[in-house]
Design a binder for this molecule. Structure first.
Ligand code: HEC
Ligand code: HEC
Length: 342
């Protein structure tokens, strides 16, 4: 029987879906001017797969002891972050870095804070499932057990991956997570609607004039949506005056071994940034005002590998408030509500 006429096995599970062909494309609802993110040829964004990914994202059966899910560290009401300086795995171990939001992640070309090799959401999703040092969801040794727990979702797997003899494999968990995350698009902030008051408008001019947009560029406020090399050292640390960052957080250097890559981290998006404190890869800056202090000083240390564009500046109190008002205008409140409703 061909895919197009085969009935949806998951129909009862999928009350949200109006029709019953398993290869129905997901219907995007996007603000004007925003295109759907690119998707790999072998993982088309179908409605049934997005629904499967959404369910799995919030499902604690995906962790060794059934206490943790993706959403434990990427909470919708916190704009898909966890509010911690660094995340904690299911047994409480601290991770080296904080959880970035997964909002708009479909548009990025490189994933996580500094790994240049993670270039797809499909590959990235395997990391929290398989990670051992420290464990995050800790299912590397028990994939068959986890799949058995998910047996009630089998119809959704079958309709999401109709070509597969056995669709309940870890690679398809990753594909479903990726498909769901591509639909998490936050682009309906006051900034997008051009509902900026005078303060935020002045702040926008400062953001450009001070060179922030050089790295936090384009609609997604990060060069990671435009470049395969969006890594920069902003001078957060300079251990012993050698340019070194703390052990375990050397950034791009950990992957390339190139001295100049010490302390280079991927530019984070600034979408919803007013709601996603604390800041930087290790959560070492608590507030937006302190982030501005860091840049005003030209980086809080004089690291030799610091990006040469970060030369510092001085801002009066009022200008500083303007810049913060602009950053606040990037908050898409309806996005958190949409996430929470799901
Ligand atoms: C224990 C907390 C934790 C759990 C559980 C977790 N994440 Fe994450 N996530 C993180 C952290 C921390 C990072 C940043 C990792 C780094 O840079 O080293 C991250 C990064 C990401 C990114 C990259 C975002 C970007 O801007 O590059 C995506 C996408 C993501 N996680 C999706 C998921 C999915 C899907 C799951 C479930 C399968 C999941 N996460 C489970 C903490 C977590
Ligand atoms: C040379 C590139 C570059 C420039 C210019 C730049 N940034 Fe950044 N920004 C980064 C990088 C890289 C990080 C992450 C650094 C880290 O964690 O080590 C960052 C982090 C941030 C964060 C924290 C976001 C989060 O989620 O943790 C904010 C806020 C921010 N920048 C605002 C600004 C502002 C405002 C300006 C202009 C005054 C600016 N940036 C200029 C590259 C840049």
């Amino acid at each position: 029987m061909s895919k197009a006429i085969r009935g949806c096995k998951s129909l009862e599970l999928l009350l949200l879906l109006s029709s019953c062909t398993i290869d129905d494309a997901y219907v995007w609802s996007l603000p004007d001017g925003v295109l759907p993110p690119p998707e790999p040829a072998d993982n088309p964004t179908t409605a049934v797969k997005v629904e499967l990914g959404r369910r799995l994202f919030f499902d604690a059966r995906l962790s060794a002891d059934e206490t943790y899910s993706c959403a434990s560290c990427h909470e919708p009401t916190r704009f898909f972050t966890d509010g911690l300086p660094v995340s904690r795995g299911l047994y409480g171990d601290a991770l080296p870095r904080g959880a970035p939001s997964v909002a708009n992640s479909g548009y990025l070309r490189v994933y996580t804070w500094a790994n240049p090799r993670l270039t797809s959401l499909e590959e990235q999703a395997l990391v929290p499932m398989l990670a051992k040092r420290p464990p995050e969801l800790d299912i590397a040794d028990r994939v068959p057990e986890v799949m058995a727990r998910l047996e009630d979702l089998r119809p959704l797997f079958e309709d999401s991956f109709p070509e597969d003899l056995d669709p309940m494999v870890i690679g398809n968990l990753a594909r479903a997570f990726a498909a769901y995350q591509r639909t998490l698009i936050s682009a309906d902030a006051p900034y997008d609607r051009r509902e900026l008051d005078d303060r935020a408008l002045r702040g926008e001019a400062l953001f450009t004039g001070l060179g922030c947009a050089g790295c936090h560029s384009g609609r997604w406020f990060t060069d990671a949506a435009e470049s395969d090399h969006p890594f920069h050292n902003t001078g957060l640390y300079d251990l012993g005056g050698t340019g070194a960052y703390p052990f375990g957080n050397h950034g791009l250097h950990e992957f390339t071994g190139v001295a100049e890559d010490m302390g280079k981290f991927r530019t984070p998006s600034l979408r919803n940034v007013a709601e996603t404190a604390p800041y930087m890869h290790d959560g070492s800056i608590a507030t937006l005002n302190e982030v501005i202090d860091h840049y005003a000083a030209g980086g809080r240390t004089a690291n030799r590998y610091k990006d040469p564009r970060l030369t510092g500046f001085s801002l009066g109190d009022s200008e500083r408030e303007d810049l913060v008002a602009f950053l606040e205008s990037l908050t898409d409140s309806s996005f958190a509500l949409r996430g929470a409703a799901e």
